[in-house]
Design a protein around this ligand. Structure first.
Ligand SMILES: [Zn+2]
Length: 441
C-alpha cells in the first residue's frame, strides 16, 4: 500500500529551525513530512493532492506548555470544580478541538480539575476518537491544607469540594502520587507555592522537604515527570533540588535560583503563564477584579518582578515556554497565543524567539525534539498555515480566521482556504475581548 502524498505549495516557510523564512513547498506522506523544498527548486515526489497555500505563512504546529482543558472559562476555581463529571468530560472534548483549531497541535496537561479527566481525554485523542492536540496528561494539583486548590470550607470538610488533592505528610503524598500514576498520568502536578487569589501568598512555600522528596521518589520510580506551580523563589529551588522538570511561573526567582536554573537549563523548562498575571492585573474588571483590587492582591507587583526575572532567564538561555492557565473567565481557552505577545512585551523576546518558543521548544518540552516542533524532512507533519505574517504581528495567531489550515499527524483538521468564516461565534467574541485588553506601557 502506498501512502497518500500531499504537497502544500506556494507558501512562506518558518521551519522552526531558527533560520530565515523562505519561499517553497512541503510534501507530506502519511503522518510525516518527506520533503521541504526551497524555491525555485521543485519537489521530487509525485503527489496525489496539491494544496495551493496562496502565499500564506506555513509554520510548525504550536505547543501549549501548561494546559488546563478542564478549566471551564469560569471566574473561580470553585465554579470550575462544581461542574459535574459528565458535563466536565464533554467540556474537555469541546475545548481540545478549540486548541487544535487555533494551531496548537501539542499540549502539556498542567493539572485536571477532577481525577482522570486528562487521561481519558488524552487516550481519546490518541485513539483518534476526538480531535485535539497530542496531549501529555496531568494529575490533579497536589496541594497542602490551606494551599492553592484546597477549596473546602471549615464547616464543610468535603473532599469533593477540592479543586486539588490535599495531602499532609509523606505517606499521603506517596498515596496521591501512586493513585494518579495508577490512573495513567504522564506528569504529576504539585503546588509548591501559594497564589494570591487563593488566599495563600505567592511567596509562601507550604510543603515540607520530606513531602517533596517523597513525590520526587515516587515519580522517578515510575518514570514520570513532575510539574510544579512555583511562584516563590524557594519553590523554584525545590524544583531544581528535586529534579522537577516543568517549573510553572517562577516569578520571584532570586539570583541564587537563577544561578541554579542556569546550571541546570538542559533539565528544566520554565512556563511563566504570563497571561494570568497580565490579565488578572488589568483585564478582569468585568468579574469584579478591578486593576485596583488586583494591585492590592499583589498581582501588579508580581508582574513587575516576574518580568525582571524572566528577562534575566531569557538572557541566561533558560528555556521559557508559552501558555498557562487559560480557561479562566478573563483568559478563555483559544486565546493562548496571546502569550507570545506578552513574551515580547514583558520578557524582551524578539517575535521570532517567541514563535520558536511555541514551536521548536514545543518539540523539546513534549520530549520528542527529533520529530516535533519543526517543519523538516522526517518530522511529524504538524503544520499550520497562517493568513498573514505573525513575525510582523503576533496578534494574528489569536484570530481564528487567520489560522487558515491546521494539519496534525498529516491529517487536515481545519481548512479555511476555500471557505470563509467557518469559525464559531463564540471564539469570535473571545478574540474581540482579547483585542480590547489594555496592557500598561
Ligand atoms: Zn496552572
Amino acid at each position: 500500500m502506498t501512502m497518500k502524498k500531499t504537497a502544500i505549495t506556494n507558501v512562506l516557510i518558518f521551519d522552526g529551525s531558527g533560520g530565515d523564512l523562505f519561499q517553497g513547498e512541503v510534501v507530506v506522506a502519511g503522518e510525516r513530512i518527506v520533503e521541504v523544498v526551497r524555491a525555485p527548486n521543485r519537489r521530487q515526489a509525485t503527489v496525489d493532492e496539491v494544496i495551493d497555500g496562496g502565499g500564506k505563512f506555513l509554520m510548525p504546529g504550536m505547543t501549549e506548555a501548561h494546559t488546563h482543558f478542564s478549566w471551564n472559562d469560569q471566574p473561580s476555581l470553585s465554579a470550575i470544580q462544581f461542574m459535574p463529571p459528565e458535563e466536565h468530560i464533554l467540556w474537555c472534548v469541546e475545548v481540545a478541538k478549540r486548541y487544535l483549531d487555533m494551531g496548537f497541535t501539542s499540549a502539556i496537561g498542567a493539572a485536571e480539575a477532577k481525577p482522570r479527566l486528562d487521561v481519558v481525554l488524552r487516550n481519546a485523542i490518541a485513539a483518534g476518537k476526538v480531535p485535539g492536540p497530542r496531549y501529555l496528561a496531568g494529575s490533579q494539583e497536589i496541594t497542602t491544607l490551606g494551599g492553592l486548590g484546597d477549596n473546602t470550607l471549615s464547616h464543610l470538610q468535603f473532599d469533593e469540594l477540592n479543586f486539588g488533592c490535599v495531602v499532609s505528610g509523606p505517606e499521603e503524598m506517596r498515596k496521591a502520587a501512586r493513585r494518579f500514576i495508577k490512573y495513567g498520568v504522564d506528569q504529576l502536578k504539585i503546588n509548591l507555592s501559594g497564589e494570591y487569589i487563593s488566599g495563600m501568598p505567592a511567596e509562601l512555600s507550604p510543603f515540607s522537604e520530606e513531602e517533596i522528596a517523597m513525590l520526587a521518589a515516587e515519580a522517578k520510580r515510575h518514570g514520570k515527570r513532575v510539574a510544579a506551580h512555583a511562584r516563590s523563589s524557594e519553590s523554584v529551588k525545590q524544583c531544581i533540588r528535586h529534579g522537577f522538570e516543568l517549573i510553572y511561573h517562577a516569578s520571584f526567582a532570586d539570583e541564587e535560583a537563577l544561578d541554579m536554573l542556569e546550571a541546570n537549563k538542559d533539565k528544566h523548562f520554565v512556563g511563566p503563564g504570563l497571561g494570568w498575571l497580565v490579565r488578572t492585573s488589568f483585564n478582569a474588571s468585568a468579574w469584579g477584579v478591578t486593576p485596583a483590587i488586583a494591585e492590592k492582591m499583589g498581582y501588579h507587583r508580581e508582574l513587575e518582578i516576574a518580568s525582571a526575572s524572566l528577562r534575566k532567564m531569557h538572557q541566561r538561555g533558560i528555556r521559557i515556554a508559552p501558555g498557562g492557565d487559560y480557561g479562566f473567565a478573563w483568559m478563555p481557552h483559544g486565546t493562548n497565543a496571546t502569550d507570545l505577545q506578552y513574551f515580547v512585551k514583558y520578557i524582551g523576546m524578539t517575535p521570532k524567539e517567541a514563535l520558536l518558543s511555541a514551536t521548536r521548544l514545543g518539540g523539546e518540552i513534549m520530549m520528542r525534539p527529533d520529530e516535533l516542533g519543526q517543519v523538516r524532512e522526517g518530522f511529524i507533519a504538524d503544520v499550520v498555515l497562517v493568513d498573514g505574517d505573525p513575525l510582523a504581528d503576533l496578534g494574528i495567531l489569536v484570530d481564528p480566521d487567520r489560522i487558515a489550515l491546521v494539519m496534525k499527524d498529516g491529517v487536515i483538521y481545519k481548512n479555511l482556504l476555500n471557505q470563509q468564516s467557518q469559525h464559531s461565534a463564540r471564539i469570535d467574541r473571545l478574540t474581540d475581548e482579547a483585542a480590547h485588553e489594555a496592557v500598561p506601557a
